[in-house]
Design a protein around this ligand. Sequence first.
Ligand code: FAD
Length: 324
Amino acid sequence: MREGMRHRPGINMTAGSPVGQTLHAQGARNLRAAVAGLRGEVRFKASLKDFTSFRIGGPADALVIPADLEDLCRLMRQVHDAKVPLFVIGGTNLLVRDKGIRGVVVNLAKLNAIHDEPDHVVYAEGGVGMPTLMKHAISRSLSGLEWAAGIPGTVAGCVVMNAGTRLGEMKDALKAVRLVDPRGQVVDCPASAVRFTYRRALLPRGIVVGAWLQLKPGSREKIEGVVKEYLRRRRDTQPLALPSAGCVFKNPPQDAAGRLIEAAGLKGARVGDAQVSEKHANFMVNLGQARAADVIALIKKVGRAVEEQTGVTLELELKIVGQP
Ligand SMILES: Cc1cc2nc3c(=O)[nH]c(=O)nc-3n(C[C@H](O)[C@H](O)[C@H](O)COP(=O)(O)OP(=O)(O)OC[C@H]3O[C@@H](n4cnc5c(N)ncnc54)[C@H](O)[C@@H]3O)c2cc1C
């Protein structure tokens, strides 16, 4: 979920004193109330490593995979009433800290339907993976998503991040967005009402549960050819065999973060098992047992070195979330 949408926890869950223990017990009751009666999957103390492309991250107090939209609306209402913090995870642009995420973490894996609508519009639920949506568009000979070849996030995550490449961005194809607001109401919002900037969409408060994409008819062979070529370029230039979260820093205007990091001599730099990729300097990879603390230390090291050597302050594209 977007940072701004997180509810503040209603209570301080500090343990260790009788008052702390009472508060802790109250926090546990609130958490149980937030997830009560759902039809989807609920896992307490679920490791978020398994939900991130970086394979890093501590536990969520409760991880919920709602069964469908109705189940998600119920969860939103209960989370709101119980005043429990809520976060949505697709998992491919995130560094989850080692202490994990307090409250409820939602994953939309079961909101995975795609519908064809008239006039070359496709509606995809928020949990659909971009590669799946891309395959669907190719099977219908629809053009307009080729720029996204190789972006591994969910449709919802790509809307929220205004994901993109040099060749295009989510905003270019987006016609409208469906959200569930914090009170559990479904709200549709035209793309014209959303402000998009570089890797960011300013949306109404809520969880994105679907998107209408305006595509156009094309030649299947041509679309497939373009996608294959972009995927080949990624394989040649990006460390796709190792866990990562894609580009760590945003590209500064008229420059590339990777070029600046490489020029600062940091390709291959390491903290623990976190490494600046040898293949693409704006990727950090997990060589096996990297902790979030290692990645954060490496981010600081790279940021400092680039600033000292070039005067450019790099801004994070990666989102660092969870309990400091
Ligand atoms: C190998 C690799 C290559 C990549 N290449 C690119 C690239 O070329 N271009 C690019 O832009 N990105 C790229 N990425 C990054 C990533 O795939 C995108 O940023 C993507 O948009 C993230 O989607 P996600 O579903 O994983 O969201 P997450 O990373 O889980 O979340 C991103 C943010 O969106 C919020 N969010 C997620 N789902 C919802 C929802 N349903 N409702 C409200 N908020 C939500 C989260 O809470 C978080 O704040 C790459 C990543 C990898 C691992």
